[in-house]
Write a protein that binds this ligand. Structure first.
Ligand SMILES: [Zn+2]
Length: 435
């Protein structure tokens, strides 16, 4: 084994991958390859840095290496790391389910799976008696159901097909988890590009591709697959093609309708939730009883006015087109109700301001720096609101737990569906994907 052998194997694999599946070029072009012999096989970060074991890679022929590269590129194309976090899935089980969703399409392309300790390193749907071409979320659920149904009842021992018993190293068990033998790429251990969880020693350098770049590359792969199929140039496996078509299909409900409906519902809920009485104004019904000494004083009643805050991500990652989209939505929101506006990149530039008209917004658009909503949350603590809408490309840090009172409705309006590693979370907000 030598460094040169591994590099030659990688180059041959890359050539074979691009020749066989040119539609993967946008993602493959952004992947970087770094030798790291602490990694058992190969693992890729969420930013496309592929750490590989030189001995493992050196053993692969061009087609096996293309299998590994396209497998890792598929995790990046499908943005699995973000979907695992969004789904709240167990990292290891999600990795296995995603491998089952990817591998059948690679085998259908005629690529052989690499071998580890003489056994194919390749989780497949049939391991859990499931059909090919389901989504990873479906394999995840099926594997969990199988696990539950096979769990030993009290008083019974381990089932005969329990993990680690007789399956041999690297062989998956029917419960959806690989056995205790060595795991590897395409067999439940593919790195943070699948799980979203960084592996020790497999970090991202500062100049790694951004989430926005990878998101755009992912869309380009889907588009290239659909185009290749239309023009009959190159054949795209059915599983990949269906996924690409689904990724490019606009959502049934436009996000801005969803946002406006949600805002209007919350406005109504707040407005009808409590009518407060006040003696600071004269009631309109007071005239019937007369004014002055001897006349009882009637209170005035009014519905509380919901307080809406809008926070715009003005960080450097927001493209001009994203900001234009966001501003048009803010304009629609302030037609419904006046709102407190905050522009935030990694700091809040002006004190939160009430905006009633679109032109009030323009002088407040400041930013271009880092990406963190934490200062915006601090500003919101001092400016109570009932609804807060964050408009962002998703590539921004948010607090891990909600610093606002639980009664405050939080909406994350995410442009281009991009997610960073500390991205908007459903833990305390509703994510609305902006197409
Ligand atoms: Zn994988």
């Amino acid at each position: 084994m030598s460094t040169m052998q591994a590099e030659q194997a990688l180059a041959a694999g890359r050539y074979a991958a691009i020749k066989l599946a040119p539609y993967f070029r946008p993602v493959l072009a952004r992947m970087r390859f770094v030798a790291n012999n602490d990694v058992p096989t190969a693992g890729t970060t969420a930013k496309g840095i592929c750490y590989y074991n030189e001995a493992f890679i050196s053993t692969l022929n061009a087609k096996e290496c293309a299998f590994v590269l396209l497998h890792e590129a598929s995790h990046l194309w499908l943005r699995h790391h973000a979907r695992t976090a969004h789904y709240g899935a167990d990292h290891g089980e999600a990795n296995c389910a995603q491998d089952r969703a990817i591998n059948p399409s690679l085998l259908a392309m005629g690529l052989p799976a690499p071998k580890l300790d003489g056994k194919p390193c390749c989780l497949l749907p049939k391991d859990i008696n499931a059909p090919d071409n389901l989504s990873w979320e479906e394999y995840y659920t099926l594997a969990r159901e199988a696990e539950k149904s096979q769990a030993p009842k009290p008083g019974q021992g381990k089932p005969s097909n329990a993990p680690g018993k007789g399956n041999g190293p690297g062989t998956p068990d029917p419960n959806g988890k690989p056995s205790k033998g060595p795991r590897g790429v395409a067999n439940g251990q593919c790195g943070a590009c699948s799980t979203g969880k960084d592996e020790p020693g497999q970090g991202d350098p500062a100049d790694a591709p951004t989430d926005g770049e990878l998101e755009r590359a992912s869309k380009a792969v889907s588009q290239a697959m659909v185009d290749a199929e239309k023009s009959k140039r190159g054949s795209v496996p059915g599983g990949f093609l269906r996924t690409a078509q689904a990724a490019l299909t606009p959502p049934q409900v436009r996000w801005n309708q969803k946002l406006r409906t949600a805002v209007q519902a919350t406005l109504r809920a707040v407005a009808t939730g409590g009518v407060v009485s006040s003696y600071t104004r004269i009631s309109r019904r007071q005239w019937g009883l007369g004014y002055g000494v001897g006349s009882p004083i009637l209170p005035t009643y009014r519905a509380p006015k919901p307080r809406v805050a809008v926070v715009l991500d003005t960080s450097g990652s927001m493209r001009q087109a994203d900001t234009v989209k966001a501003l048009s939505e803010i304009a629609a929101i302030i037609k419904l109700t006046e709102a407190t506006f905050i522009a935030c990149d990694a700091r809040v530039y002006d004190k939160p301001r009430t905006v009633k008209r679109f032109r009030d917004l323009l002088p407040l658009l400041k930013g271009g720096g880092g990406s963190s909503f934490v200062p915006a949350f601090e500003a919101l603590k001092e400016n109570p609101c009932d609804i807060v809408i964050f408009l962002t490309d998703g590539d921004i840090t948010v607090p891990s737990s909600n610093p606002l009172p639980p009664s405050v409705k939080v909406f994350w309006a995410c442009i281009n569906q991009g997610y960073g590693s500390h991205a908007p979370t459903e833990a305390y907000g509703t994510i609305l994907k902006i197409d």
